[in-house]
Design a protein around this ligand. Structure first.
Ligand SMILES: Cc1cc2nc3c(=O)[nH]c(=O)nc-3n(C[C@H](O)[C@H](O)[C@H](O)COP(=O)(O)OP(=O)(O)OC[C@H]3O[C@@H](n4cnc5c(N)ncnc54)[C@H](O)[C@@H]3O)c2cc1C
Length: 519
């Protein structure tokens, strides 16, 4: 169905067969999709927007496919044109226009969200097949309510699509245990840049499988993913403990992620806060319940401008005796050197914990902040340089906060598969650092100033020779991308040559320029 009136008129009035193939109307007419096409010639609508709110480009059309066949038709049609590109759009939660296509075709993958949903048992383990356009929130709700099962590895926020997070990595406080979401899928169905629909896994079309995981949408559009499940716990004991000293914090948080499964928490994260009563950046960030009181007199004298918080969760079943949960939590916390008295805990349902950011989203929407620009910056930093980063960045550049969370927590490299397209710093342990800035301009600084601050952070990392990689990377030119991928660049480039030789896919990442032919 072609919804754009102009497009319809054009198609009716013209002999499509004789039109040049780069004419969008000709292409649309010839597609015969089961889904729908919207002309978005005026630059409005979701094709021109993302969560970052800092980019807006004009796509030619927004397509809502019915499934992989439609996606393949669109890619093949784009290949007939000398310049058309195709961007899969998950839920548009990118920051820098990564899911946009300037003058190209945007595929709204959410139209396929119901496809494929099916429970399977393979070698005694449960898996769920889901669409690449499914939201993780829906995957959670359906898996728990229909089967009492759940995926093992999450993101902090679940209003993201399966295909969108798998194209990056998908990380949260479970990553230290199970690896990123890319380590928890065993099979994908992918539409390549040639328009082929291919099933791939570790053993079948493995180069495509590993390429697409963390592949920034460059090698194919994920239309189905097979995700490993485990029994869903009922409850989460959710605890936060505060540190005055970075060395104590990093030692303890690394200790927690290094304990064997069954002997540690199920979720381990951390964040930095400003040592003040600032509502957004300071002490009020820590308590999770209105009955919790943060007593600043407990903070040791001479503590600096920032504090650190470890956030952990122990999952349990309602049938577990309360004493078992209390004992396990006390045993672990008893080995940590947090500021005595600055410990906060609540018991919430497992789903409530996983959906915790949704509650913040609702507040931010009500305050009108959610739709403001979000100049976010995410970095992976080697454990060997995290103390230097603390000195140069947490204690100096962002000592007054960023108007949103500043996450910092470690992950284990051996939980990541180095055959995927993700690039990481060296060493067995590295940290994710995330500056999740919100803007409240005109009350706060302009967006450009915040973007400049992000650039300054990256620049400081370079000048100090810190071993780091951007997570959810964004660069404007290929030289920077080459530097980002380092010795993995040739593999990345070769995968592009094989799976998307005309560079049709994910133009918003600005890695490759569209080519006219396959050569
Ligand atoms: C509030 C918020 C919280 C977040 N929390 C976390 C977190 O805890 N952990 C984490 O890892 N990330 C987190 N992110 C980042 C998020 O994972 C990425 O921005 C992700 O790309 C967004 O998913 P999306 O479905 O909106 O993808 P989009 O932004 O729509 O797309 C991202 C990229 O993937 C490509 N793409 C989309 N769908 C597909 C597909 N099916 N096949 C192939 N390529 C595709 C797009 O072309 C684009 O290049 C968060 C983002 C926000 C806004």
């Amino acid at each position: 169905m072609v919804e754009c009136l102009e497009l319809e008129r054009f198609v009716q009035d013209n002999d499509v067969e004789s039109k040049p193939v780069d004419d969008i109307s000709s292409i649309c007419k010839s597609l015969d999709l089961k889904g729908s096409i919207d002309c978005v010639c005026d630059g409005s609508g979701i094709a021109a927007k993302d969560f970052g709110g800092m980019q807006s480009v004009r796509a030619l059309a927004l397509i809502r496919p019915a499934g992989a066949e439609d996606v393949a038709l669109i890619v093949k049609a784009a290949a007939l044109s000398p310049n058309l590109t195709v961007a899969a759009r998950g839920n548009g939660h990118s920051i820098n226009g990564q899911a946009m296509a300037d003058g190209g075709l945007v595929i709204d993958m959410r139209s396929t969200k119901e496809n494929h949903f099916k429970l399977l048992t393979i070698n005694g383990s449960p898996y769920i097949d889901v669409s690449g356009g499914a939201l993780w929130e829906d995957v959670l709700k359906r898996c728990v309510s229909e089967f009492g099962l759940a995926p093992r590895s999450w993101t902090d926020y679940l209003n993201l699509t399966v295909g969108g997070t798998l194209s990056n990595a998908g990380i949260s406080g479970q990553t230290f245990r199970y690896g990123p979401q890319t380590s928890n899928v065993t099979e994908l169905e992918v539409v390549t840049g040639k328009g082929d629909i291919i099933t791939c896994s570790e053993t079948e079309n493995s180069e495509l499988f590993f390429g697409v995981l963390g592949g920034l949408g460059q090698f194919g559009i994920i239309t189905r993913a097979r995700i490993l499940l485990q029994p869903a716990p009922d409850m989460a004991r959710w605890v936060r403990v505060v540190y005055a000293d970075f060395e104590d914090f990093s030692r303890d948080v690394e200790f927690l992620v290094s304990l064997p499964a069954g002997e540690s928490f199920d979720y381990v994260e951390g964040f930095v806060l400003v040592n003040s009563d600032d509502l957004v950046n300071g002490w009020p960030q820590v308590p999770m319940d209105p009955t919790h009181k943060f007593d600043p007199t407990l903070i040791p004298p001479n503590t600096g401008s920032v504090l650190y918080c470890i956030e952990v969760v122990l999952n349990y079943r309602k049938t577990d005796p309360p004493s078992t949960v209390d004992e396990a939590v006390s045993r672990l916390l008893g080995q940590l050197a947090f500021v005595k008295g600055l410990k906060f805990e609540v018991d919430v349902s497992y789903a409530e914990f996983l959906l915790r950011v949704k509650a913040q989203e609702e507040v931010a929407k009500a305050n009108g902040i959610w739709d403001n620009p979000h100049p976010w910056l995410n970095l992976f930093i080697s454990k060997s340089h995290i103390a230097d980063f603390d000195q140069a960045v947490f204690k100096k550049l962002v000592k007054d906060g960023v108007g949103g969370p500043m996450l910092v927590y470690p992950m284990l490299r051996n939980k990541w598969d180095n055959r995927t397209s993700v690039v990481l710093p060296e060493g067995d342990i590295f940290y994710i650092v995330a500056f999740l800035r919100s803007t409240v301009y005109p009350k706060g600084p302009e967006v450009e100033k915040l973007v400049a601050k992000n650039r300054e952070i990256v620049q400081v990392c370079r000048e100090k020779g810190l071993d780091f990689k951007l997570y959810l990377p964004q660069y404007q030119c290929q030289e920077d991308w080459k530097r980002h991928f380092g010795n993995q660049w040739s593999r990345f480039e070769e995968r592009k040559r094989v799976f998307d030789p005309m560079a049709i896919l994910a133009p918003g990442q600005k890695i490759f320029k569209r080519r006219v032919s396959q050569s």
